[in-house]
Design a protein around this ligand. Structure first.
Ligand SMILES: [Zn+2]
Length: 464
């Protein structure tokens, strides 16, 4: 597989540390509000990456954090504390806020067929891990205590700016213009590992530490959780491009300072979803959530289809017109597939050919639009039996996860028995020319989600 690595700024051949196993870490949501569909674009791309690697034969061990603490908008003690704002807005504790929006996040993800990673950990559950890491970094001279807070000294690591490709001089100008400089830092770029003095005095989540009662900075949670569950050699770290700096940059600095060697080999970042006025955010314009799409009558999977038609490294602009046309194309595609004859008739002719092409699309820096094109190619191929087409599309859908093959719905034996009894009653009613009763029975079943289909050979049913 070839994938673009933000660390080297090149498309590279992917080779994991251990043959056949991929250790993958993905930054999770900050759970202070619903996720907007721009946030969710990143999780869709990560889902495709995980499933694509599995299609290529790897086992993937994937870990994700839930940011419920340490959630300042920047490294400095500035910006707003989003959890505290939400807590005041909704008159709930920060723990209740975190639990509610964590559940909502996974509900939205499930509607988009985004699989929950094998390990999901709350930032607030691993305070001891961060404290141990921070203490070691202090002992080794990477971190220092100043005015009650513990800071990371960015001049102690080589290539601090490697991932972001940023120029420290340009950054300093930006820092001076936008925020008050924290005079307790040794260097303006240093960031906080542990707060005990903060402008957020009313912080609910606080813990005892060797440096006093306080709470961890934003970045240490990802280094802590990934190290704990994935060890000291990580294969892939993912996230949205807005996390490259400072979040991922600081994760690298901390983890490599702590472990004493290179930590993660491949950094893979997804581009933004824009609305017509620029990068989508929660604070401006219409707040686009999965629920809003549903309220407006869209299938959430149309949004997944919309995302997959574009490459994860390209910016994508959302509009309702664009979603309409994605939904049209998606529905047409599903209808074409629905019309295929399901009679078993599998031929292995060309199976390898199409599966190899699909692997090539995955290996070509996760080319999702080529993967979708292959579904259309299979449908058009006259040399394939309908059943073979279904087999291939089902196989591709393990990665695409677009629900392309409508499931034959499960039916319990009690329900089936009830339906058969009702069909008999209805046949009898018709025989007795009691058409009102026959219609009533039909309507009653319809309300239970059972559609009767009359034909010359008798009455059958399908579940709706
Ligand atoms: Zn992270």
């Amino acid at each position: 597989m070839n994938i673009y690595n933000t660390l080297t700024k090149k498309i590279e051949k992917f080779t994991p540390n251990e043959e056949g196993l991929v250790r993958m870490y993905t930054c999770g949501p900050t759970v202070y509000h619903y996720a907007h569909i721009g946030n969710l674009r990143t999780y869709i791309f990560e889902d495709i990456l995980e499933k694509g690697l599995e299609y290529l034969g790897y086992n993937v061990l994937r870990v994700m954090n839930i940011t419920d603490v340490g959630h300042l908008t920047s490294d400095a003690d500035d910006g707003d504390d989003k959890m505290l704002l939400a807590s005041a807005r909704e008159k709930k504790t920060v723990y209740e806020i975190a639990e509610h929006y964590t559940n909502e996040f996974f509900k939205d993800a499930a509607k988009l067929n985004v699989r929950k990673p094998s390990i999901v950990e709350k930032a607030s559950d691993h305070i001891d891990t961060y404290i141990n890491m921070i203490q070691k970094m202090i002992d080794d001279g990477y971190a220092y205590l100043s005015n009650g807070n513990v800071y990371f000294d960015i001049t102690r690591v080589n290539d601090y700016y490697l991932l972001s490709g940023k120029n420290p001089d340009d950054l300093m100008i930006g820092v001076r213009e936008t925020v008050e400089e924290d005079t307790h830092k040794r260097n303006p770029g240093d960031f906080v590992l542990w707060f005990t003095t903060s402008k957020f005095e009313n912080q609910d989540m606080k813990w005892d530490s060797p440096w006093g009662i306080g709470y961890p900075g934003w970045h240490i949670e990802c280094s802590g959780i990934s190290g704990k569950y994935l060890g000291e050699y990580l294969d892939i770290h993912c996230g949205g491009i807005d996390n490259i700096f400072p979040h991922h940059t600081n994760e690298i600095a901390q983890s490599e300072a702590y472990f004493g060697h290179k930590w993660c080999n491949y950094w893979v970042h997804g581009e933004h979803l824009n609305d017509q006025s620029g990068k989508m955010s929660k604070s401006k314009g219409e707040f686009l959530t999965v629920s809003l799409l549903e309220e407006k009558g869209y299938n959430p999977l149309s949004y997944r289809y919309f995302c997959l038609n574009s490459h994860y490294r390209n910016q994508l602009t959302f509009s309702w017109e664009a979603l309409d046309s994605a939904e049209n194309a998606y529905n047409k595609l599903r209808n074409k597939i629905k019309l295929l004859d399901r009679t078993p008739n599998l031929s292995d002719k060309k199976l390898d050919y199409y599966q190899d092409k699909f692997k090539d699309a995955i290996g070509n820096d996760l080319n999702t639009s080529s993967m979708i094109t292959l579904v259309y190619d299979v449908l058009k191929d006259d040399e394939l039996s309908d059943f073979t087409k279904l087999y291939l599309i089902d196989d591709f859908d393990k990665v695409l996860s677009l629900g392309l093959i409508a499931e034959e719905k499960e039916i319990s034996s009690e329900l089936e028995e009830m339906i058969m009894v009702k069909i008999e009653e209805r046949n009898l009613a018709k025989k007795n020319k009691d058409f009102a009763l026959a219609d009533n029975i039909r309507d009653e079943l319809f309300q239970k989600g059972v559609k009767l289909i009359d034909s010359r050979d008798g009455t059958t049913y399908e579940l709706i």
